[in-house]
Design a protein around this ligand. Structure first.
Ligand code: PAF
Length: 284
């Protein structure tokens, strides 16, 4: 496995692969890798000749400086994990390599970045759009892989690829979960043992909400069920929404006619102590 900190040698390596007609799969990450990331790598490896994993804690997508500072950084452990799967190259630049100058470009994804995560993390998706565009331009992958856990991010990146004509295929890989249902996330590393136990409330609430909505409860009634579960565990609920999975329009009921994609998705966010977690689940 090749490890690159700089753009120029990475490009030289990739250009040789492209001249040989090889397909390139990109798995963008911010490190602190877990089994969920590894499933993105193995999906890419099964579909491409060459798989590149980028590891970069992107400062422009953090609206909270404390969150950026506390984001787990475990590069040595990450590269050991990547050695064991079929990852061919790691790109782990410093911030000065990605942003030699303070960036002035901003993205506005319209409605896609005004709801849910966008409402609670202003500027977040602009930073994601920026770094993902840079990675797509540097690596020029034929395929790119993202986790379903960050569904809104996937919807935003799909729009970015469509509008800016990036010549690549996007894949969303289903969320990997712990045995008790907790969605795998690098942020889980910041939970103490007691917080780790109560964090299952996200998955349990989504399961209960799915049942409630399928039984005909309104979103409002379902949100009240979710809120009670969070209150019981003393976990703070930021939002619970039902949305169309493609255009992210917020739905007030589950009528298929309200969701042009035909696939409503439940999205949830909250804080366990200081640690912000998100999760989601398709209704069908
Ligand atoms: O999902 C993430 O880990 C990040 O948002 C991404 C896509 C790597 C961009 O920094």
């Amino acid at each position: 496995m090749e490890i690159f900190k700089q753009i120029a040698p990475l490009k030289a390596f990739l250009n040789a692969q492209k001249r040989a007609g090889k397909s390139i799969g990109l798995v963008p990450t911010m490190g602190a890798l877990h089994a969920g990331h590894l499933s993105l790598i193995t999906t890419s490896a099964a579909q491409n000749d060459v798989t590149v994993c980028s590891i970069f804690v992107n400062p422009t997508q953090f609206n909270n400086p404390g969150d950026l500072q506390k984001y787990p950084r475990t590069l040595d452990k990450d590269t050991l994990l990547l050695e064991k799967v079929e990852c061919d190259a790691v790109f782990c630049p410093d911030a000065s390599e990605m942003y030699p100058e303070r960036s002035i470009i901003k993205f506005d994804f319209g409605h896609l970045d005004k709801v849910m995560e966008g409402a609670f993390r202003p500027g977040h998706f602009s930073g994601v759009g920026l770094v993902v565009s840079k990675l797509f331009n540097i690596i020029q992958p034929t395929h790119a892989y993202f986790g379903q856990k960050d569904w809104q991010q996937f919807a935003v990146i799909r729009r970015l690829v469509d509008e800016l004509n990036f010549d690549l295929e996007l894949t969303s890989v289903p969320t990997s979960r712990e045995d008790d249902g907790l969605a795998m996330s690098s942020r889980n590393l910041r939970l103490n043992p007691e917080q780790r136990q109560v964090a299952t409330v996200f998955y349990e609430s989504l399961m209960a909400a799915k049942q409630a909505l399928q039984q005909g409860k309104t979103v409002q009634e379902t949100r009240a069920i979710v809120q009670t579960k969070f209150d019981e565990r003393r976990v703070s609920l930021e939002y619970f929404e039902l949305a169309d999975s493609k255009n992210l329009n917020i739905l007030e009921n589950v009528k298929a006619s309200d969701a042009p994609s035909g696939q409503p998705i439940m999205c949830i966010a909250g804080f366990v102590g200081e640690v912000r977690l998100i999760d989601n689940m398709f209704l069908q």
